[in-house]
Design a binder for this molecule. Structure first.
Ligand code: SAH
Ligand code: SF4
Length: 470
C-alpha cells in the first residue's frame, strides 16, 4: 500500500506550551497537596503502553512529581489502559473501581485514566458516567497534552475529558522517565492493517513513522544511560518509513542501530508476515547485535479464516517465509500469536492451526480466545461455536505447544548462553532471556542485574530454563 506522506508532527510551539504548563502546574500541585506530590502509575497491555507511560512519567516529573509503587503514599494515580481484549478492559475498570475509597479518603487526590480503552468515544462517555470520581480521562492521541489537561483540572476542579478522534500525532521530543532493564524504543505508531478482529487501528490511529534521526538519538541516549537491551516497537515494524520523506525501511534502520558503538542487544516487535521481507531477514542474520528471535504472529492456520481476518497471506506463504528465515538463521527462535475461535472458525480450520504450529515449531506461543471488540467487522459476524468448545481447542493448542517447547529446549541442557540479567524473582532466583527470548532463571547476586552473564543450562522445563552462572 502506498501511504500518504502526511505531516503527523506536533509543532514545537505546541510542545513548548505544554512545557510551560508543567512549570505552572508545579506551584498549583504544591498548593493543592501541601507537599511535593507523588504519583503511582499502573500500566495494562503491551510494550507500547509501557513506553507511553514512561513519557507521561517524564512529564509528571517535570511537574515536580516523585514516584511510588505504594498507592497509599500517592497523591495522583494514573491508569494506562488496554483495549485489545475485553479481559484487559475489565481489569483496568476493576482497578478504577478499587480506588473510589482511596479518593474519598483525601478528596484532593487525583485519578487519571488514559490509553486505548479511553480512546473509544462511546466507552469514554460510559466511564465518565459510571466512575464520576475520575479526574481526567484522555485517549492515546492526547498523551502529549497531559500538562495542559492537569492544568485545566487544577484551575477548575472540574473533570476533564480529552478524547479527540484524529489520525494521531507524533510528539517529539517528550521528556521520558525510564525505569527497568529493558529499553523500549517506539519506531512508529498506529496501524493501517485493519485485521477484522482488532481494535488497534481505531484506538491508535493511522500508521506513522518517527524520523530515523530521532530514533537513533534516543537509542544513543539509552546506550549512554547504560541500557543493554533496546526493544524497537511498532504494530508492524516491517512497514517502517512509509510515511517519511526520507527513503528508509526497517532493515536499514535496524542496521543503523546495530552500527552504534556499545555492548547491547536489539530486539524488535511486531513483524507482520505480509510485510516481512527477505531483506529484513538477511539484515537480521548479518547484524551481530540483533537477537535471533522473530516474533511473527500467524493468528491462524486456515486460509479461509486468514482471509476473513484480512491478514494478507496464506498458510503456505507463511511457511515459505519461515523456511527462508530458518535457512538464513539456523538457530532462530520463532514465536507467534494465535487467536482461537474466530467467528465462523470450524474444528477443521482449527486443525490447520495445530498443523501449522507443529510444522513451524515455535519456541513459544501467545494464545488468545477471540474477544469481540466493538466497532470491528468481526464483532458483527455469526459466532456459532460456544465458549466451552473454544476453550477445549485452546487447551489442545496449549498442550501441543508445551510438548513442542519442551522438544526445542531439551537440547539446551549443557549449553551456555549470554543472558542480560533482568532482575530477581519472588522465588529468589535471578532471571533473563536467551538470545531467542526463552526465559532462564539462575541463582546469583544483585550485582548481576543489568549485566550480561554467561549461564549454562542445567534443566529445561517447557517454558523456562534453569541454569548456573559461569
Ligand atoms: N500488531 C500486532 C499485534 C497487536 S495485538 C500484530 O499484528 O501482530 C496483540 C495480539 O492480540 C494479536 O497478535 C492478536 O493475537 C491478539 N488480539 C488482537 N485482537 C484480538 C481479539 N479481538 N481477540 C483476541 N485476541 C486478539
Ligand atoms: Fe491489529 Fe492487525 Fe494492526 Fe496488528 S496488524 S495491530 S493485529 S490490525
Amino acid at each position: 500500500m502506498v501511504l500518504q506522506k502526511q505531516n503527523f508532527f506536533v509543532s514545537p510551539e505546541e510542545l513548548q506550551k505544554q512545557q510551560q504548563y508543567c512549570v505552572q502546574n508545579r506551584e498549583l500541585l504544591l498548593a493543592r497537596f501541601g507537599h511535593r506530590p507523588k504519583a503511582c502509575v499502573f500500566v495494562f497491555g503491551c510494550q507500547q503502553n509501557i513506553s507511553d507511560s514512561q513519557r507521561m512519567e517524564g512529564m509528571l516529573q517535570n511537574m515536580g512529581f516523585d514516584f511510588t509503587e505504594n498507592i497509599e503514599e500517592a497523591d495522583l494515580v494514573l491508569f494506562n489502559s488496554c483495549a485489545v481484549r475485553q479481559h484487559a478492559e475489565l481489569r483496568a475498570l476493576g482497578n478504577v473501581g478499587g480506588v473510589k475509597h482511596w479518593k474519598a479518603q483525601r478528596p484532593e487526590r487525583m485519578i487519571l485514566l488514559c490509553g486505548c480503552m479511553v480512546q473509544q468515544p462511546e466507552k469514554a462517555q460510559k466511564i465518565r458516567r459510571s466512575y464520576p470520581y475520575v479526574s481526567i480521562l484522555y485517549g492515546t492521541h492526547a498523551i502529549h497534552r497531559l500538562p495542559e489537561n492537569i492544568y485545566r483540572f487544577l484551575t477548575t476542579n472540574k473533570k476533564v475529558v480529552d478524547v479527540e478522534t484524529s489520525d494521531g500525532t507524533i510528539a517529539e521530543p517528550l521528556p521520558i522517565r525510564r525505569t527497568g532493564v529493558k529499553g523500549w524504543l517506539p519506531v512508529m505508531y498506529g496501524c493501517n492493517n485493519f485485521c477484522t478482529y482488532c481494535i488497534v487501528p481505531y484506538v491508535r490511529g493511522r500508521e506513522r513513522s518517527r524520523k530515523p534521526e530521532d530514533i537513533i538519538n534516543e537509542a544513543k541516549d539509552m546506550i549512554a544511560a547504560g541500557y543493554k537491551e533496546i526493544n524497537l516497537l511498532g504494530q508492524n515494524v516491517n512497514s517502517y518509513g512509509k510515511t517519511l520523506e526520507d527513503s528508509i525501511d526497517f532493515a536499514e534502520l535496524l542496521e543503523k542501530i546495530n552500527d552504534l558503538p556499545g555492548d547491547f542487544i536489539i530486539r524488535f516487535m511486531t513483524s507482520h508476515p505480509k510485510d516481512c521481507t527477505e531483506k529484513l531477514l538477511e539484515t537480521m542474520s548479518r547484524c551481530e547485535k540483533v537477537a535471533k528471535h522473530l516474533h511473527l504472529p500467524v493468528q491462524c492456520g486456515s486460509d479461509r479464516v486468514l482471509k476473513a481476518m484480512n491478514r494478507g497471506y496464506t498458510h503456505e506463504k507463511y511457511l515459505q517465509l519461515i523456511q527462508k528465515a530458518k535457512s538464513l538463521m539456523p538457530n532462530l527462535c520463532i514465536t507467534s500469536d494465535i487467536i482461537v475461535g474466530f467467528p465462523g472458525e470450524t474444528f477443521e480450520d482449527f486443525e490447520q492451526t495445530l498443523q501449522l504450529t507443529q510444522k513451524v515449531k515455535y519456541s513459544a506461543l501467545f494464545t488468545f480466545i477471540f474477544s469481540p471488540r466493538e466497532g470491528t467487522p468481526a464483532q458483527k459476524l455469526p459466532d456459532p461455536i460456544d465458549a466451552k468448545e473454544k476453550n477445549r481447542w485452546f487447551q489442545m493448542l496449549v498442550e501441543q505447544q508445551e510438548k513442542i517447547s519442551a522438544e526445542i529446549t531439551a537440547p539446551y541442557v549443557g549449553q551456555t548462553f549470554r543472558v542480560l540479567c533482568e532482575g530477581k524473582k519472588d522465588n529468589g532466583m535471578y532471571f533473563g532471556r536467551t538470545e531467542g527470548n526463552i526465559l532462564i532463571e539462575f541463582p546469583g547476586f544483585d550485582q548481576y542485574i543489568n549485566q550480561f552473564v554467561n549461564v549454562t543450562v542445567t534443566q529445561a522445563l517447557s517454558f523456562v530454563l534453569r541454569g548456573e552462572v559461569q
